[in-house]
Structure formats: structure tokens, C-alpha cells
Write a protein that binds this ligand. Structure first.
Ligand code: CA
Length: 299
């Protein structure tokens, strides 16, 4: 009997080491990364995406004050998207007067990959740009741009949210439902009740197939857009995102048509920065109390 109890006790102690979890550890304050000068026409506070294929760089350009929403740190948004090709040629896509790119970082992704492994593979050259495009009457949508014979073209987009001054924050690309087709994840209206939404890439549309309330990947006025990340899984990818109150991190997985919480970890204070890559399925971030932590996701 005693050996049976001992075995059960050992099993219970060992149990937390298996299954999905988020491991949190405090880390020293990292060195600040150097700031880089803005490129030709680049909007303030924005970041340049670097690609390894025909598209060498992508950035948001043509600063404009024509859509004064101010959720991304100032009243300046981008009226155009600029691509710098590997031969040095510059292509600029101008939006109509009623639109802006309400974003700080065009995301270069490979949406034609066949599953989780290929997205990360060296030979998978990212050739699509994922960016937030806002309409003066309809608010934000997530748009995908790419190269065409004539220059830059819009390839696919979600519907606009439907109201001016309603914004969404992209999380990234991955195969979240395991059908070997790459999808896009975003958080719609992160400041007023965030909804995580998953979309299939079905040009000319992005087709919504699952959503879940209760997450938020942005604070109003912040230039940090990367509080949510894609977690690489064996058969499908998962999502790491803060709770609506920013005081917990959630590991979320699409299972049989629903987004399910696989793990959750409480933070000692609210999250105050991007999740910065720090290894495989591992990110470092700052809390609003000034301390730094690393979170490791085990799907
Ligand atoms: Ca998929």
C-alpha cells in the first residue's frame, strides 16, 4: 500500500512537467537595441521589414495626418507602402485619400507555404506583405499585398470592422487549424474588448474560421504591436497572447472549430512591451514595473 501511495505521489509531482504549459522566469535587463535612421519617406516610430528574396525591404511611408485616430503613439499614419527590391529598385503603393496604413511594421510572410515546418524553412522566401489598412468611414482591415507585373498589388483582405476609429492588431502567420494552409491571426478592437480571430488565406479574401474574446495585444498610444506571437506546434501552430487586462499570458489552440485555452500564467505586473524572440517558442518582455521576464511556451 505504501509503495502504491508513493507511486501516486510521484506521479502527481511529475504531472505538471507534461502537457501544455507556459514557463515564466525573471531575467536581467537586456541591452537596448540600437536605433536606426528612417529610410526615404518612412513614417516615425515605424520598423523596416527585411526579406531574403526579391523583396529586400518593406516599410510604411508618406506620413499623413488625414486619419487622426492616435492609437499608435501619434496622429501620423502612412499613406503608402514602399518596397525596396533586391536590385535596389523602389516601388511605392499609394492609398486613396480615404485610406491609411494604420500600422508600424509591414510583415513579410510566406503565405504559400504548406504547413508549420515550411513557414520557418530557409528556402521559404517571404513574398507577401501583411499590413493594417484603415478606411476613414469603416475602420481597420487586415490586408495582404504582393508583387505583380505592374508593381505592388493588393491580393487579399479581411472585411473592414465597419466603424471609423476601430482598429485591429495582427499577430502573425501560421497553420492554426492543421490543414497545411497558412492562416493569419489578429486581435480585433484590442482596447475595447479584444477578439482573437483566425483567417484562412483564400485570395482575394481572408476567410474567418474561428474567434475568441478576452485577449488584448496592444495598449492605446503604444508603439509596441508584438504582445501576441505564433507558437510553433508539431501538427499545427498555437497563439500566445495577453489577457484583456494584460496581467496574464494565454496559450491558445484551435481544436475542432474552437479556440481553446491550453495554458495560462499570471504575470507579476501588466505586460509593457513586445514579446521579443529569445529562442525557440521563447520570448523576453518587460513588465510595467520595470522587470524583465522570459516566457517559454510548451505546446
Ligand atoms: Ca490552416
Amino acid at each position: 500500500m505504501r509503495s502504491f501511495v508513493y507511486a501516486i505521489t510521484l506521479f502527481l509531482i511529475a504531472l505538471p512537467c507534461y502537457g501544455s504549459r507556459l514557463e515564466l522566469s525573471i531575467v536581467p535587463v537586456p541591452e537596448a537595441s540600437p536605433t536606426t535612421p528612417l529610410l526615404n519617406g518612412q513614417i516615425p516610430h515605424s520598423r523596416v521589414a527585411h526579406g531574403g528574396g526579391v523583396i529586400a525591404k518593406a516599410y510604411l511611408s508618406s506620413p499623413t495626418r488625414r486619419y487622426a485616430h492616435r492609437v499608435l503613439g501619434d496622429e501620423v499614419e502612412a499613406a503608402s507602402l514602399t518596397l525596396v527590391l533586391d536590385d535596389g529598385k523602389e516601388l511605392r503603393y499609394e492609398l486613396p485619400e480615404s485610406r491609411v496604413f494604420e500600422d508600424l511594421e509591414p510583415r513579410l510572410v510566406n503565405l504559400d507555404a504548406k504547413g508549420p515546418d515550411e513557414v520557418m524553412a530557409d528556402e521559404a522566401v517571404p513574398d507577401k506583405i501583411v499590413v493594417v489598412e484603415s478606411d476613414s468611414k469603416l475602420g481597420a482591415s487586415l490586408a495582404v499585398y504582393g508583387l505583380s507585373k505592374g508593381g505592388v498589388e493588393k491580393i487579399a483582405a479581411t472585411p473592414f470592422i465597419g466603424h471609423a476609429y476601430r482598429w485591429l492588431n495582427p499577430i502573425g502567420a501560421g497553420d492554426f487549424n492543421g490543414d497545411s494552409v497558412i492562416d493569419l491571426a489578429l486581435v480585433s478592437t484590442p482596447h475595447i474588448g479584444g477578439v482573437l480571430k483566425l483567417f484562412s488565406y483564400t485570395p482575394p479574401n481572408l476567410t474567418s474560421y474561428a474567434q475568441m474574446r478576452g485577449v488584448s495585444t496592444h495598449s492605446i498610444g503604444s508603439t509596441a504591436l508584438g504582445m501576441g506571437r505564433v507558437v510553433k506546434g508539431e501538427l499545427k501552430d498555437l497563439i500566445l497572447a495577453p489577457s484583456q487586462q494584460h496581467n496574464q499570458l494565454l496559450l491558445l489552440e484551435w481544436i475542432d472549430g474552437k479556440i481553446v485555452e491550453k495554458a495560462r500564467v499570471a504575470l507579476p505586473a501588466s505586460i509593457g512591451s513586445d514579446l521579443v524572440p529569445a529562442g525557440y517558442n521563447q520570448w523576453t518582455f518587460r513588465l510595467k514595473n520595470g522587470t524583465y521576464y522570459t516566457v517559454k511556451a510548451i505546446p
